[in-house]
Each structure stands twice: as structure tokens, then as C-alpha cells.
Design a protein around this ligand. Structure first.
Ligand SMILES: [Zn+2]
Length: 652
């Protein structure tokens, strides 16, 4: 469990008090109480019209509070997954049986279950966000049987065709009442894609990364009931916090890394590996746990035949694993919490042919340190972090404690990629956000933190300049969707990218700029402390930030998150007495940077923080030197996006 930092102010003290002091204290408690009532929330600061009906109902039901806290009646459902899976590497498929115990903590009686069959993404005729070609088309997940409390049930596929996409609904033979649980058992098998891999797959040469795999009970929550979002390739995570008990059988020669804890290391790994692993627990130095030499000498695995790998993970939102032949394994550990001495195992696993992953464990260490001590500045909350390189050039995909990374050509891209995927450990895996509806609640943070890391580690490689340029090309265009439009409604991938990554990462950056580092971090930690292990929605984020800072931040949230609003500042005029008037044409609050050149050859540089716009005014004034003659004014900065630069210069 992570170290939790509370920002509550403790006002009691044990020194003897005079009558006067006691009186003063009473007044101060009263004032605090009044202030607390006055703290802002969206409902106070705005009319209800910005708040969807479902969210208004959640406030009325007490599952969420208007001050940004989980409500007194907050609940979420929970499950225990026991899965026995077998990797059939030669035929590129995975088969398994599972037993799921599902607990209904909701106040509702459930008459049905929604089961996610992610690998139906590859089913002939399935709706997909992109064309996958024919190489990996299948008949979908093959379900051998499915039972609820031991009774076989049907999972109709034909009745509604593909209307349900990758979801299958089960009508429960007996309703599941509040507080009760049921057992779902299933036997299944699916083809592991090897040509058009989507976030997981068979990467050839004995390299498998398995995610989005087992039949999974969807999330039932207080906002939408069952999450029925289809997996069309774009949509990512929204899972309950569950417990996993997993056995994976692999063919001879395969090593396995996975979410959670390996319970039988001494049954699967050879002695030299176990010895080095023990050292890793206390080592800041990166240790070569497995090299090609070890594979050559058969000194990696204990057994020559098939192996069974037993992993457990508690209260995590998903389980994934990598199974590979002849991978290198570099590992070390990082102290993430000096108060408890807790260390995290940080490792990189990669094929010997990799271009840049030899340095990956170093970047992973630096990432975990940065995240634990700087941004978000919250001790890394899991037992280990394993970055796997699949050897292909493209992209990366996060899962809890396991990242499925590509193999970028240069070291800067590798550092950025490794960091980005690890940072998802916080959003969405620690925070339990619904990435399917509000992708900016995790991709936005991952992009923002990657930028903050990049600014520190590689200042010569200006991350936010590129983000700002990208946003300048897209902001305010028709294809740019407001952040409050549910992400799963956006079918176009380039529109999705702007909404999930570009706009929110700048919004977080400028919010930090507006609040200052201390207030921003205080608000971020308040939000994290209140909502980790739960399912926060955008309003919980907005309200936490307003509640923690005691400020009405709707002047910022409304244009950036609800829209409309785009990035365009202009020099409106030079008024009398050299007052430079800056207009916020696009309406997005951003920092203001002005260079003013005078006729005598001298110049002044003026900077205003984003907070200068907090009165929602259209213009602000900057006082230049009254005694000089202004020759030229240039507005803007490389990290401040602007869709129209032609109105940024004033010249006499
Ligand atoms: Zn991401």
C-alpha cells in the first residue's frame, strides 16, 4: 500500500490554554466551518446545466459529494479471478478456465451480467475503429462453457448480431441481490494475433504479450450502471479493483513476467537467477539477472519441460503477462518511501537484438524516482514495474505493473516511452478512472508527466514546444472535440488523440501555472488521496481541485474542459501611456509572454501567469515603460499554443 500524505490541518494542541485562547480557538473553528461550507464546487459555482443527469443523481444518492469527496454511500463492485491458462505458442493461441467470484456491493439487484470478450475484436464482422486485414480474423473467442453458480447459461451471440460488439450479456438465472455474490465459471480459447496486433499479441520469435485476454465481468457503477462500451480497438481501461490468482502453463524454454507477485520462483527459475533476484531487492545498481550467456548454458529455468507460473495480485484493475524465449532481464530496485523503507523492483526485459532497451532499466529507475518524489510526487504504489520490449518499432501499451513497449531507435524516444507507460501506474491503475469515457483523465496526465520528466531529463528536447505546435494546428478546428464529450463516442483516431492527450496535457500544465507548484500539488494529492482505489469522474477531479485550493476554478475548467475555447491570444492595441492590451481571442486561459522593444534599442520582457485571466475577462493590460517610445511588441512563447500568429505582433 502506498504512503498516504494527508493535508488535513490538525488544530488541537496540548499546551494549557487561557480563557482568551479558548475563545479565540472557538472563533477560529467557527470560521473554518463557515469557510468549509463556502468552498467551491461546480454546483455552487455554476448552474446544474453543466452536470449530466446521471451525476446529479449520484449527488442526490450520496455516492459522490459536491466537495469532491466520495459520498457517504459510495460503493464499487469487486471480483476474485482464478484463472488457469495455457500458452499454445506453436499455434499462437491461449486457452484457459476461470472461476470468478463476483460481489455485488451496489444497492441494486442485478438481473444480468455484462461479459467482455476483448478478443472478439478479431471476429469476422466485428465493428472496429480500423481495418485489420484478414490475417488475424477469427470466429471470436471460443467459449466451451459458461456457468453461473454451477448452472450452464447461454451467452447469445446471434440474437442481436454484433450490436453488442465485444460484449455479451448474460441474463442471470437468479437475480443477484445487494450484498450477495455469485460464481461464474468458464472455459475458453482464442487466437493470439500475430500480424495486426492491437495492444497485445504474438510478436514472433517466441515473444508474447498477453493483455485484454480473459472473459471479464464489466464494471457496474453508480453513474451508468453496466459499462456497455464496446472494445473497438481505441477504447482502453475501465475495470474494477479485483484480486487475481493465476496459473500460466508455458512450453519448454519460456520465461514469464506478470502483474503481481510470482509465488513459485524457486520452482521455475534456476539457482543463479534466484540468487541475483534476491540481490535486486536491495540493489540501486542495475543487475543483469539473465543474459544470453545464461541461456546458452541453460542456467535460466529450473526445468527442461513445460512450466507452471503462479502469480497473485490483490486489488488491481487488470492482469497481464509476457512469455518469451531467450530474453535479457535487467533489474534493480528503487526506494520509493523513505518512511517505511519500501523498495520497488524495476526491470526491463528485451530481446538481445534490441536497439535501445539496454538502457531501459536506467530510464525506468529514473521514471519511478521522478514519479515517487517529484510528479505526481506520490510513492509508486505497486510491488514491481516491468518494461517489456516486443522488438517492433511502434508505440507502447500500459497494463498494471507491466508495459508492452516497442523498441524505439533513439534513446530519447525510449526514455519518453518507458516513462509514459509507467506513469499510467497512477492514472488509471491507482486511480481507477474510466478511460473509456474520459480518456483525458489518464492519457492527459501521462502526457503531462512525461513532459515534466522530459523538461528535467532532456531540456534540449522541448517536449511541450512540440505539444503546443501540435495543438496550434488542431485547436478550434471542427475535428477537435470538447473534453467532456465521452471519448468512446469519438471514432476518428486523430480527433481522439487531441482529446485524450494533447489538449488535456496542456490544460494540466497551465492549471499548474495558474495555481503555482505548491497549491497544484496539494490539490493533486487531495484528489489522489480521496480517490485512489476508486472510480473518480471528471466532476470529482474538478471539485477536489476547487475544494483543496478553496478557489472557484470554473474560469479555467469551463473553457479548457467543457469548451468552447481555443488557443489564440492577440496584441489588441497599444493604449495611451504605453499600455499593451492583450486580448484572449480564443478564450483559453494561458500564460502571457510579451517582448516589448523600444525606439532607443532597449527592450522589456513581461510574463503573466495563467491566473491573470481568472476574472474571465477578454483583455488584460500590461504596463510598458511610459517614458519610452514603443517600436515593436511580440506576444507568445514556444510552449504557449496559438492558432493565429498574425495577430501576435504590433509594429509602429
Ligand atoms: Zn498512454
Amino acid at each position: 500500500m502506498p504512503a498516504i500524505r494527508y493535508y488535513a490541518v490538525i488544530i488541537s494542541n496540548f499546551t494549557p490554554q487561557t480563557k482568551n485562547q479558548i475563545q479565540m480557538k472557538k472563533i477560529s473553528v467557527l470560521l473554518t466551518a463557515i469557510l468549509m461550507v463556502m468552498t467551491f464546487s461546480i454546483t455552487r459555482a455554476q448552474s446544474n446545466r453543466l452536470i449530466p443527469i446521471e451525476v446529479q443523481k449520484a449527488y442526490a444518492a450520496g455516492t459522490r459529494s459536491k466537495d469532491g469527496r466520495p459520498g457517504p454511500n459510495y460503493w464499487e463492485n469487486h471480483a476474485h479471478y482464478q484463472i488457469n491458462a495455457e500458452l499454445l505458442a506453436a499455434e499462437s493461441s491461449l486457452k484457459g478456465t476461470e472461476k470468478v467470484t463476483y460481489f455485488n456491493n451496489s444497492p441494486d439487484t442485478l438481473h444480468m451480467l455484462v461479459i467482455r470478450l476483448y478478443q472478439d475484436f478479431y471476429k469476422k464482422g466485428a465493428a472496429r475503429a480500423w481495418n485489420i486485414g484478414s490475417a488475424d480474423l477469427t470466429n471470436g473467442v471460443q467459449i466451451d462453457y459458461i456457468k453461473v453458480n454451477g448452472e450452464p447459461v447461454k451467452m447469445p451471440a446471434g440474437q442481436y448480431g454484433y450490436l453488442f460488439g465485444t460484449n455479451r450479456y448474460i441474463r442471470l438465472p437468479h437475480a443477484l441481490t445487494p450484498g450477495d455474490s455469485l460464481t461464474l465459471t468458464a472455459g475458453w480459447k482464442f487466437h493470439i494475433p500475430k500480424t495486426t496486433r492491437n495492444r497485445m499479441g504474438n510478436y514472433g520469435k517466441g515473444r508474447f504479450f498477453i493483455a485484454y485476454w480473459y472473459p471479464q465481468i464489466s464494471v457496474y457503477d453508480d453513474i451508468s450502471g453496466w459499462d456497455k462500451t464496446k472494445f473497438n480497438g481505441i477504447t482502453e481501461f475501465y475495470n474494477d479493483f479485483n484480486d487475481y490468482n493465476i496459473h500460466i502453463t508455458t512450453p519448454p524454454g519460456y520465461a514469464v513476467w506478470a502483474t503481481g507477485h510470482l509465488n513459485n520462483a524457486d520452482e521455475v527459475f534456476a539457482k543463479p537467477v534466484l540468487k541475483r533476484l534476491k540481490k535486486v531487492k536491495k540493489s540501486d545498481k542495475i543487475i543483469a539477472v539473465v543474459t544470453q550467456k545464461d541461456w546458452d548454458k541453460n542456467k535460466v529455468l529450473k526445468n527442461k519441460g513445460a512450466n507452471i507460473w503462479h502469480f497473485t495480485a490483490k486489488y488491481v484493475t487488470d492482469f497481464s503477462f509476457a512469455a518469451t524465449l531467450r530474453y535479457n532481464w535487467a533489474a534493480s530496485s528503487v526506494l520509493v518511501d523513505s518512511a517505511t523503507g519500501r523498495r520497488v523492483r524495476v526491470e526491463a526485459i528485451y530481446p538481445d537484438s534490441s536497439d535501445s532497451f539496454q538502457r531501459a532499466d536506467y530510464y525506468a529507475r529514473k521514471s519511478i524516482e521522478f514519479m515517487s518524489y517529484e510528479w505526481p510526487g506520490y510513492a509508486y504504489p505497486f510491488e514491481h514495474m516491468t518494461s517489456f520490449s516486443n522488438g517492433t518499432r511502434s508505440g507502447g501499451m500500459e497494463t498494471p505493473m507491466m508495459a508492452n513497449d516497442g523498441d524505439p531507435k533513439d534513446t530519447t524516444s525510449t526514455a519518453g516511452l518507458v516513462f509514459h507507460e509507467i506513469s499510467h501506474s497512477y492514472f488509471p491503475f491507482f486511480m481507477g478512472t474510466n478511460e473509456r469515457k474520459y480518456a483525458w483523465m489518464d492519457e492527459g496526465w501521462a502526457s503531462y508527466f512525461t513532459g515534466a520528466f522530459s523538461e528535467k531529463m532532456a531540456p534540449e528536447y522541448p517536449y511541450f514546444h512540440r505539444t503546443a505546435q501540435r495543438f496550434s494546428r488542431t485547436s478550434g478546428r471542427q475535428m477537435e472535440m470538447p473534453l467532456m464529450v465521452p471519448s468512446n463516442l469519438i471514432c476518428d483516431y486523430s480527433s481522439y488523440r487531441i482529446q485524450a492527450y494533447t489538449r488535456p496535457s496542456l490544460a494540466y500544465k497551465f492549471l499548474r501555472n495558474a495555481l503555482g507548484d505548491t497549491e497544484f500539488k496539494k490539490a493533486l494529492h487531495t484528489y489522489m488521496n480521496r480517490w485512489h482505489g476508486k472510480h473518480p469522474i471528471p466532476f470529482d477531479f474538478f471539485n477536489c481541485f476547487m475544494n483543496a485550493t478553496g478557489q472557484n476554478l470554473m474560469w479555467f475548467f469551463k473553457p479548457w474542459f467543457f469548451g468552447p475555447g481555443y488557443a489564440d491570444q492577440a496584441v489588441k492595441e497599444i493604449a495611451t501611456d504605453n499600455e499593451i492590451v492583450i486580448e484572449n481571442v480564443g478564450g483559453l486561459p494561458m500564460p502571457v509572454k510579451v517582448v516589448c522593444k523600444y525606439a532607443d534599442g532597449s527592450k522589456d520582457t513581461f510574463s503573466e501567469s495563467t491566473a491573470v485571466w481568472n476574472k474571465r475577462q477578454d483583455t488584460i493590460s500590461i504596463q510598458a515603460n511610459k517614458t519610452k517610445t514603443i517600436k515593436k511588441v511580440v506576444l507568445g512563447a514556444p510552449d504557449v499554443p496559438d492558432v493565429n500568429l498574425s495577430n501576435n505582433v504590433w509594429e509602429k
